[in-house]
Design a protein around this ligand. Structure first.
Ligand code: S3P
Length: 443
């Protein structure tokens, strides 16, 4: 739901090493998909480890509004009684996806080929974000779509009664665009094909295959090509959600920059389409070991052991951006403590996330004494031995900006204050108690 809570300013200050175990929440991307595919399967899907952040709770509410039965049985334990592909019913009210770009874009796809009318809204951040990247291909599948100028929410979708299959090349590397088209393609006859120039997170493909859809991925001279056969009967599957590598990035970063720290982060997804931050940190010389590698719920996972140590600046190539798209804010914090400069290339998509993340990080880091250079699609952070801090950061309703600056303040000379910690509940509701248990001082 849209944020109605008052802003909650918070301050992070330096306070000894971080030690212990960080049990980070379930993966946000996989949690959304488990609820949506569960709602499109016939019968009961059992989910364990579901992220109970606001973004995912909003998707659960949306699935109920569309006719699925969604029940919480215990912490992280949920079941979904689905209505089958094409079985959604028209909701009584608008669907409010709150802060969640993934929620709204995937659900728009899921309803686009069922003949019902659905109106979507979101909070101030989501209402600023571009939706035409998803509504354009959904119109090509046969949906009728009207929205605010510039393709912004609120948007009403009248799902296609006679959908046509689509072959679509995504204009930007985006798992949300790809997934919206695949979910729409479930109720279109024949093959729906998505071609992307860089592979993006593949959770939809993995889970669709797990639910019995015929889906194949090929690397062709044309790009990364995903083909889905329409109108399968999706079979419910137990889904064990692994821990979120994007959420793990915050305690990992804190342990890397706070002297003397050593933490363990168990059960984190190491899906190669999400692994770019960890590849980059190893290049920077970070002391991270990946123990006990195994497979859980169709995803590779490992336990991370992270120790503080010296880091050096690196250049992150543009073709790695998709595999770490949510991690650039926290990488820019880590880079502030590295020797030399860190250059992040090919990051223009950061400008249309929950906030303009290049601008938000650059302004907040500058306010804390770090020198940052930006272009439309790159950011360079000049590391320093001692980061002054003492500044205020504006978080623009963006959970990852809020957590990034709180982590910054755990290692700066002077405390760092953020204007609002409330958005953290969208992806990591337990962030403050968890970091406090590791030894951080947040108030
Ligand atoms: C997501 C895809 C990414 C990412 C977002 C989650 C997903 O967005 O930033 O947090 O679950 O598909 P884009 O598809 O816009 O890159």
């Amino acid at each position: 739901m849209s944020h109605s809570a008052d802003p909650r300013p918070m301050t992070a200050r330096r306070h000894g090493p971080l030690t212990g175990e960080a049990l980070v929440p379930g993966d946000k991307s996989i949690s959304h998909r488990a609820l949506i595919l569960g709602a499109m399967a016939v019968g009961e899907t059992r989910i364990t480890g579901l992220l109970e952040g606001q973004d995912v709770l909003d998707t659960a509410r949306a699935m109920r509004a569309l006719g699925a039965q969604v029940t919480q049985h215990g912490p992280g334990e949920w079941s979904v009684h689905g209505v089958g592909v094409g079985g959604f019913s028209a909701p009584d009210d608008v669907i409010d996806c709150g802060n969640s770009g993934t929620g709204v874009r995937l659900i728009m796809g899921a309803v686009a080929t069922t003949p019902i009318a659905v109106t979507f809204t979101g909070d101030a951040s989501l209402s600023r974000r571009p939706m035409a990247r998803v509504t354009d291909p959904l119109e090509q599948l046969g949906a009728r779509i009207t929205g605010r100028e510039g393709g912004r929410l609120p948007i009403t979708i009248e799902g296609a009664a006679d959908p046509v299959p689509l072959t679509y090349r995504t204009p930007v590397a985006s798992a949300q665009i790809k997934s919206a088209i695949l979910l729409a393609g479930l109720n279109a006859p024949g093959d729906t094909v998505v071609i992307e120039s860089e592979p993006t997170r593949d959770h939809s493909e993995r889970m669709l295959a797990g639910f019995g859809a015929q889906i194949r991925t090929e690397t062709t001279p044309d790009g990364h090509r995903i083909t889905l056969k329409g109108r399968p009967e999706l079979r419910p599957q137990p889904v064990a959600v692994p821990r979120d590598p994007s959420s793990a990035a915050f305690p990992v970063a804190a342990a890397l920059i706070v002297p003397g720290s050593q933490i363990r982060v168990p059960g984190v997804s190491r899906n190669p389409t999400r692994d770019g931050l960890y590849v980059t940190l190893l290049e920077m010389g970070a002391d991270i070991t990946f123990e006990n590698p195994r497979e859980e719920g169709g995803e590779p996972v490992a336990d991370l052991l992270v120790r503080h140590g010296p880091l050096k600046g690196v250049t992150v190539p543009a073709d790695r951006a998709a595999s770490m798209i949510d991690e650039f804010p926290i990488l820019s914090v880590i880079a502030s403590f590295a020797e030399g400069s860190t250059v992040m290339n090919g990051v223009s998509e950061l400008r249309v996330k929950e906030s303009d993340r290049i601008d938000a990080m650059a302004r907040g880091l500058e306010a804390n004494g770090v020198t940052v250079e930006e272009t439309p699609d790159s950011m360079t952070v000049h590391g320093m031995a001692r980061v002054p801090g003492g500044g205020h950061a504006v978080t623009h309703l963006d959970h990852r900006i809020a957590m990034s600056f709180l982590v910054l303040g755990m290692a700066t000379e002077e405390p760092v204050t953020i204007d609002d910690a409330e958005p953290i509940t969208t992806s990591f509701p337990d962030f403050v108690p968890l970091m406090t248990r590791l030894g951080a001082a947040l108030a």
